[in-house]
Design a protein around this ligand. Sequence first.
Ligand code: SF4
Length: 402
Amino acid sequence: MRSSLGDGVLAAPSAEAGARALERLRRVAADPRAELRRIKERTGLMAVGYFDTYLPPELIAAHGVLPFRVPTNGHDDTRAMEYIQGFACPASRNVLDQALRGDLDMLDGALFTRYCDSLRGVFAVWDSEKLTPYVDFVRYPTVTHTQAAVDYLAEELQEVSWRMAGALGAPIDEHRLREAIDAGNRARALLAEFARQRAARELAVPGADALAVLIAFTTMLPDEFTQALAALMAQPPAGEPGDAVPVVLSGVTFDNIDLARTFEDTGLYLIADDLSTGSRLYTVQVGDGDPWQALARAYLTKPPCSVKEPSAARADHLLAQVGASGAAGVVFYLTRFCDTEQVEWPFLRDRLAAEGIPVVLIEGEHRAAGLEQVRTRLEAFREQLEALAEVDDGEGQDGGSE
Ligand code: SF4
């Protein structure tokens, strides 16, 4: 890949450019809120936060407003506990806590969808406490695979758009909507190619850095993100996983890079993912035609999270990640009190077992607490995978000598 110097002269990318791009993506992921503040200052645009990946950021961008997925930050959530039950999941408590502490005071609005009970509880508090000047709710269908659901969601997105235009004084621009869709498609397509190259061992980037790329994707302006990721892919710094055992990480949102690094410190390599903020998102490509119908169809038919039907499609997607990457097993990260993941877990476990794919369940809160126990379990899992590989090798050699 070549880069333009801006005067029509093309220069070959340098190794430093790849390292610089990775550093930039890491910096963004280390403090996404600071990055949003910088973008706001630079562009003078308003920003609207969202919390789950069924919300099309294109809907926000079409108003000339910055979309920002609010990531968890792993901090204490005592303020949130004053407003919401302790059995709400730690991820939802954390984003509420950020707002209550004023960490999200750069947001001009917030958009929720009918995702899960925990986030609905957060919406109720956010709305009653007026945690942002504008707050709204997209009444998303639970059934995702019918034309009626597409028609309903297309209409709902337009209604939310009209309300947002009025509340923020930011009218919709259909041309900008198409531009936002195209920019989103470009960024997601490149991210999908990045993941394909990692899975095919054509690109050695540690899983913790791949996670940083995912966080940067929902923080940066799409074209700036695409430029940075393209520079990284053109000249990636050395990141050989060595003899680490490749596994797929499965779960919902996963924003804790330190935790991912801990996983990899045990000798595992997060070679691919089945995350709501990862492969279940970047596989989205919004089609042509009426943009509202196209948006509704694309987001409804992406590989489903456990909050949506049908569950079999999630299992198929997870198995596809394992197959494409040649992963030796799956680490299923269950966010504590996440009901829908708890319900889906036995189904996924049984599908993986039927295919002979080892899986380990790690339950946690995306925080540092209990990390030693996690480390021990993952080390045991890695040893199990290595032992299985040795048995396979032995059988292969026996078979070859006959
Ligand atoms: S982890 Fe589960 S319960 Fe928590 S916000 Fe995500 S889907 Fe909802």
